[in-house]
Write a protein that binds this ligand. Structure first.
Ligand code: NZQ
Ligand code: ZN
Length: 385
């Protein structure tokens, strides 16, 4: 196991009715800005629950954060914050609203130049506004991690700072019942790939991390399809298991002390930036190709994954790896997401611009051994056609 230091400071309030906790979580004298997306919270009762919990607080609201939050929309919030001396942000939404709020929290305190530097030039974040979260879409883990992903034109960039890690997060599985089938699928697949990218590298004797990761994968494989099936889509136990799995998938825990390989995400982000395809759907198309391309580098872990996650015990090592990749693709198909670029009408003509973007963003040495150079990324994209 590799050395690590672990600290996750986000307090989690999990379960039905827990939105009421924000009354106590946010100091009574705070000036709060409630940040949300395109308005789903107004039609599914979440806004009303948040309003009730904040009835004794002084609060303002800022809606309209888009999926894949746009830089300009986030900057527009800064005037409101300044004019009203806001000192606490409450993000109510999915990964986009939470990531956007993290950026606003940092940008509103950024004094060292253009806030774009936070994303594009590693601008140092010395302070940020306090941030709390009401999660409405289990997927990204953003509710208790330090990462934010922001888009501007054709760029989709990220930053990480412990100063924007939410102070608390409410995870009420009941709020996920209003999600569309597409968003439920996306969430399960995104969480699944987060686990894989911290697991499918090479063994370092990290038994606890491996078994946590395998437990999360097994839970997502079991519960994901249930959340799509007519007869069980409203089952709150299923929703609770998906919500907690997605949070644990990217709260830092399973990634401690192990090598990581974020190739699928890095290539996927460029595809979203180029073509606007949902984040999770880029991952479901790229991951099988990464597994195929890296099958020799990742052979030990692929065999462990085959045996422990998919119970594949028959055949040669090569056959077991083939079967594990096929099972992964079948799972994605069951979850109703594409597994080939051609499934979303992308072809070989679309590869070069993704490769060019990877180069422009310095993503030229990916993988747990930094061995996936641009030529290999191109090959992975070709395998995904
Ligand atoms: O905007 P509203 O009206 O709220 O509708 C949203 C949006 O249209 C809707 N939705 C959310 N909760 C709902 C709901 N609809 C009905 N009922 C509810 N309870 O869902 C749509 C998608 O929301 P979005 O927040 O975009 O989805 P997701 O949570 O998948 O977030 C995706 C973003 O997170 C980034 C992605 O790149 C993408 O920009 N990621 C962030 C990460 C992180 N911070 O650690 C890691 C991830 O790998 C990922 O990159
Ligand atoms: Zn993701």
């Amino acid at each position: 196991m590799l050395n690590f230091s672990f600290h996750n400071s986000t307090r989690i309030h999990f379960g039905e009715g827990q939105i009421a906790q924000i009354t106590r979580e946010i100091p009574s004298d705070a000036k709060v800005l409630v940040i949300y997306g395109g308005g789903s919270i107004k039609s599914n009762g979440i806004y009303d629950q948040v309003s009730a919990a904040l009835s004794e607080h002084q609060w303002f609201e800022y809606g309209g954060i888009e999926p894949n939050p746009q830089y300009e929309t986030l900057l527009d919030a800064l005037d409101l914050i300044k004019e009203n001396h806001i000192d606490y942000l409450l993000a109510v939404g999915g990964g986009s609203v939470i990531d956007g709020s993290k950026f606003i929290a940092a940008a509103s305190q950024y004094k060292d130049g253009d806030p774009w530097d936070i994303l594009a030039n590693n601008g140092r974040i010395k302070s940020a506004l306090s941030l709390g979260v009401v999660l409405t879409l289990p997927a990204t883990g953003s509710e208790s991690n330090a990462v934010s992903v922001v888009s501007r034109g054709g760029d989709k960039l990220s930053f990480a700072s412990s100063r924007v890690r939410p102070l608390f997060a409410v995870l009420d599985p009941a709020v996920s019942l209003s999600l569309s089938t597409r968003q439920v699928s996306n969430g399960v697949v995104d969480a699944f790939v987060h686990v894989i990218e911290q697991y499918l590298t090479y063994p370092v004797g990290a038994k606890v991390q491996d078994r946590f990761a395998e437990g999360l994968l097994l839970t997502l494989i079991e519960e994901g399809p249930k959340a799509l099936a007519e007869e069980s889509r409203d089952d709150l136990t299923t929703r609770a298991n998906i919500m907690w799995s997605a949070s644990l998938a990217l709260n830092g825990l399973i990634g401690m002390g192990v090598p990581q390989d974020w190739t699928t995400h890095i290539i996927g982000h460029e595809i979203t930036a180029d073509h606007g395809i949902d984040h999770a759907r880029t991952l479901s198309m790229i991951l099988p190709a990464v597994m195929k391309h890296q099958r020799h580098n990742k052979a030990d872990k692929l065999l462990q994954y085959a045996q422990r996650v998919w119970c594949i015990t028959e055949g040669s090592d090569e056959e077991k790896i083939d079967a594990a990749i096929a099972k992964t693709e079948d799972f994605f198909t069951t979850m109703q997401v594409p597994i080939r670029l051609s499934d979303v009408n992308l072809g070989s003509d679309d590869i070069e611009s993704v490769v060019t973007k990877l180069e422009a963003h310095g993503m030229v040495q990916l993988g747990e051994h930094q061995g996936i150079i641009l030529e290999q990324s191109r090959e992975i994209l070709q395998l995904a056609l």
